[in-house]
Ligand binder design. Sequence first.
Ligand SMILES: Cc1ncc(C[n+]2csc(CCOP(=O)(O)OP(=O)(O)O)c2C)c(N)n1
Ligand SMILES: [Mg+2]
Length: 736
Amino acid sequence: MAADTPIPDPQDDSLRPAPLPGMDDDAGFVARPLLTPEAGGDGADAPANPSTVGGPEGDLSVTPVGPEDFDAEDLKRVLRTMMTSRRLDEKMLTLLKQGKGYFHIGSMGHEAAQVALAEHMVGGHDWFCMYYRDLGTALGIGMSPADVLRAHFAKKDDPFGGGRQMPEHFGHRGLNIMTTSSSVGAQFMPAVGFGLAIDRDGDNGGENAKLVYTSGGDGSTSQGAFHEALNWAARASLPVLFHVQDNGYAISVPTSEQTASGSIWPVLGGYPGLARMRYDGTDFFESYAVCKAAAEHARAGNGPVALHADVVRLLPHSSSDDHRKYRSEESIEADQKRDPIARLATRLIEAGLMTDDEVEAMRADVHQEIDRIAKEIEAEPDPDVLEATTHVYYEGEDTRTYEQEGPEGELIVMVDAINHALAEEMERDERILVYGEDVGGGKGGVFTATRGLTAAFGDRCFNSPLAEHSIIGSAVGLAAAGYKPVVEIQFADYIWPALQPIRNQVSSFRYRSRGEWTCPMVIRVPAGGYIHGGLCHSQNIEAIFGHFPGLHVVMPSNAADAKGLLKTAIRGEDPVLFLEHKALYRQGPARRPETHDDYLVPLGKAAIAREGTDLTIVTWGAIVYKALNVAKALEKEGVSVEVIDGRSFLPFDTETVLESAKKTGRVLVAYEDHEFMGFGAEIAAQVSDAAFPYLDAPVKRVAGAFSPIPYADALEKAVLPQDEDVMTAAREILSY
Ligand SMILES: Cc1ncc(C[n+]2csc(CCOP(=O)(O)OP(=O)(O)O)c2C)c(N)n1
Ligand SMILES: [Mg+2]
């Protein structure tokens, strides 16, 4: 991608969304001085942070700009946006004091850095993965004050999520602002995912060049995800701008206690391929010039830029914080002297572009405008309580056809069924991307599930860095941008770094944006023991992930179900955690004749692995085969055992289990995970609740010990349930 490729003009109004309603200035005029000494005076004696004295510094060449380089109207628009951001913060704090609202987290002091960067971005064209302290950026790319206030009042039409999210958790489909999670650092890897999508779409540089904006505070740079994102973005030369808004504090923790050397700046120099710039983020002109160079660099296809903006936090961390508990009067006062709005206003006055009175009139106008909008929004409808649990999952029609009869092929093992499902689906839909650790190239995954896919589909099957948070976080951005990631976590035991994005991004993405944002993906995870894998290659994770609203969790126990369920998952609208029992990958009894291309198995439907009338064993994964062994043995004694293969945890097919319980009157839940707090506890509770009158014996569980899973054969056997354990439990129930 040539560095001289023309880039879209960010000032081009045709790329900007139309201004949203609620911006007219016809209401009453309420004057209140802006440039009070407390608010920062004229900024002339502002003590600049030593790190940014002497102008910007970094890898890009920056052409300094001043008032003379702008159209006066543009500078007035910028000043007004900054004042709007400021006034919204003030207004929302006042509303809180009046008991109107519950929470506020403000951007005061960050406005210049934010609005300056927004001048180089295009809402609805570029992608935005913001953090909560980004009000100026949101306004700068076209968000209306009305929408900000809708979120404050948690109104039905709040575009962030209809009152589901805390305020300042920006999200706007039309502006391409991804729904924001509260989780510090969770925005960085989705930004990389959007960057990957841009790259694949051919928009990394060139005529239609797109950028990704992502932001965080100084504290967020301590999150591993920040560094994972810098690494991947630099390695893949993605068009991502990382906006680090360094206000010196993460709640109460100063950067000196946070970061090696007290600043993230030197660390940013450690990623070859990443350009970095640092500058005074309270100076609009300096920020504008740096951001222009950064946006041009990235838009031309030259890779990511880290923008280290030195800003001030003029408010406590949030409405729940009092910064006088940990900041000195002097430090608070010093920050106030660098008030970015006062500094810009002073520059405009000095340049003769505005008078004192005009600045004051603009401030007053913004003030009354926000007051008027707030009044209007306050009167808007609140969310409907009947909708409190909508949009947890896709609610549209399911157009898939399940368990269609069709030709069957050779007997195949489960891992090959998975491989074939992936290949057939990749052939069917080019949006499908398969990636993970060791997944691409000749290796095809440590269990060979993805073997041959790179050869067949090129860069649609590729290796990710060895970082589980990266795999899931990037998939969020790719999925939100329209791709269908089918990613692999190499072992269930190593999914834990990805717990944060699975819980705080993936599973709540749809719900918290009230269906505006979705990230359908399939997360394939080899799980389970019986392979002498020891503590970290044997874990079972269904109980933990079965607790995440918004996620589907399934686990096939044979080749036909594996292929059919995987295809269903891939063709679905919601994220699916697809657990593959690695002890079954190549096991004879789990083989099945190969199902045809369109054979789909529904999520949430159990299978009757064997019919019976005297005892029901509910099970899944590897224990299906232990239950079948027990059933065969008991048949010789004249006892008829029904074995139900749950196949799906979330949703769980309670109906099939209850029907069987009513028929047999005896239920054993057999599973491999620790019995205590395992998924079997849920099933036992449901059966006891709903089928008690039909039961002839207590519902019993037989499962793994409450212990890590040891390596030595005898120890592993002692911890994981064996045929004999299932038999003993079955006999106990039958003895009633
Ligand atoms: C992963 C995570 N840990 C802790 C928190 C609680 N928390 C919210 S904001 C914050 C400080 C963030 O500081 P910084 O990144 O510097 O951003 P700033 O708020 O200063 O703009 C903390 C600890 C959280 N939301 N997420
Ligand atoms: Mg901070």
